[in-house]
Write a protein that binds this ligand. Structure first.
Ligand code: 13P
Ligand code: SF4
Length: 323
């Protein structure tokens, strides 16, 4: 027995009007000549004032192409840092500087440098969820949206080390047939999804397909009907003939899905203890902090130029290889 009811977002053809703080944000955005980029895991209030909402790959392209004076990045630290790396001439703001990522933290640059020194010749494929210093030590960056494509382009004679997410790495290795050494990191939020919890919610919605993020553990990925990046979940929801879809990733994703596919019902993937799963880092950003960031023009992201240039090379390789 579970102690919670499933979290269900039914169809909602018309969203409610914007609130006063959201209107303030839009006015400040014009005043500062800012563009607001938001990840799919941001809360609904933030997503609704953003110019672009997407996954890590889409956001990287948007950040690089941004012409506005200010990029207000509503996501976590490594995402805002990536924006600064690809577009250093802009002021990049992050609403809460403490919005980190457990996955990025699981791979400190010093440990990666020591590992590379002990195992020379490794080709380092780094998931974008890592620090600028780790990117600077890598050969190519991937996101969940392009990892398979990018790994297939790594020269066949090179031994690959995949950092820092062992679950995404394992998924890519299986899909591409390419052997890889896996760094023992994981996303604290996605590993909370269990097969028991997903099977329980599936019994309540037997006709609903399950779509899961590749950061989930293998047993959960194996029971899913589709495993993909957050952006590809939108495509899956649009194209599926099902009326109800179970979404096994961070719960902010449900807001994006409801906006893009308003005629369908979305059920949050539960954990063993909760009906949905929030990333505590993503949810540090609030609409008030978004307003204050634009009002006071801080906190701003800075990356030392030597690290920025070293990190730009593998990011640019990814952007070029995934066009
Ligand atoms: P996506 O690039 O699929 O949006 O994933 C980002 C992320 O942090 C997942 O936890
Ligand atoms: Fe990092 Fe996991 Fe949060 Fe994504 S959901 S930002 S991987 S801690």
């Amino acid at each position: 027995m579970t102690a919670y009811e499933p979290l269900v977002l039914p169809p909602r053809p018309t969203p409610p009007p914007l609130g006063a703080v959201q209107e303030e944000v839009l006015a400040l955005k014009r005043e500062r000549n800012a563009v607001i980029l938001a990840h799919n895991y941001q809360n609904e209030e933030i997503q609704r004032v953003a110019d672009f909402v997407g996954d890590s790959l889409g956001l990287s392209y948007q950040a690089q192409a941004a012409k506005a004076d200010v990029i207000l990045f509503c996501g976590v630290h490594f995402m805002a840092e990536t924006a600064k790396i690809v577009n250093p001439g802009r002021t990049v703001l992050l609403p809460d500087l403490a919005a980190g990522c457990s996955l990025a933290d699981s791979c400190p640059a010093e440990r990666l440098a020591a590992h590379k020194a002990a195992h020379p010749g490794l080709y380092v494929v780094a998931y974008i969820n890592c620090s600028a210093a780790v990117k600077a030590l890598s050969d190519v960056i991937v996101t969940s949206g392009n990892a398979q494509r990018i790994v297939q382009r790594v020269p066949a004679d090179r031994e690959i080390l995949f950092v820092p997410d062992q679950n995404l790495g394992q998924w890519v290795a299986k899909k591409t047939g390419r052997a890889m050494h896996l760094w023992p990191g994981s996303c604290y939020a996605h590993v909370l999804f269990t097969t028991q919890a997903i099977e329980r919610v599936r019994m309540r919605f037997p006709d609903a397909p399950v779509v899961a993020h590749p950061e989930c553990v293998e047993a959960v990925r194996d029971l899913a009907d589709e495993v993909c990046s957050t952006e590809l979940m939108v495509k899956f929801a649009r194209e599926s003939t099902a009326q109800t879809i179970i979404v096994v990733t961070e719960s902010g994703m449900l807001h994006r899905l409801r906006r893009e596919v308003p005629e369908k019902t979305f059920v949050a993937g539960p954990t063993d203890t909760c009906a949905c799963n929030d990333c505590r880092f993503m949810k540090m950003n609030t609409i008030e902090k978004v307003r204050d960031a634009l009002k006071f023009m801080r906190p701003a992201i800075e990356v030392p130029e030597d690290i920025r240039l070293a990190a730009l090379a593998p990011i640019q390789r990814m952007l070029d290889w995934s066009r």
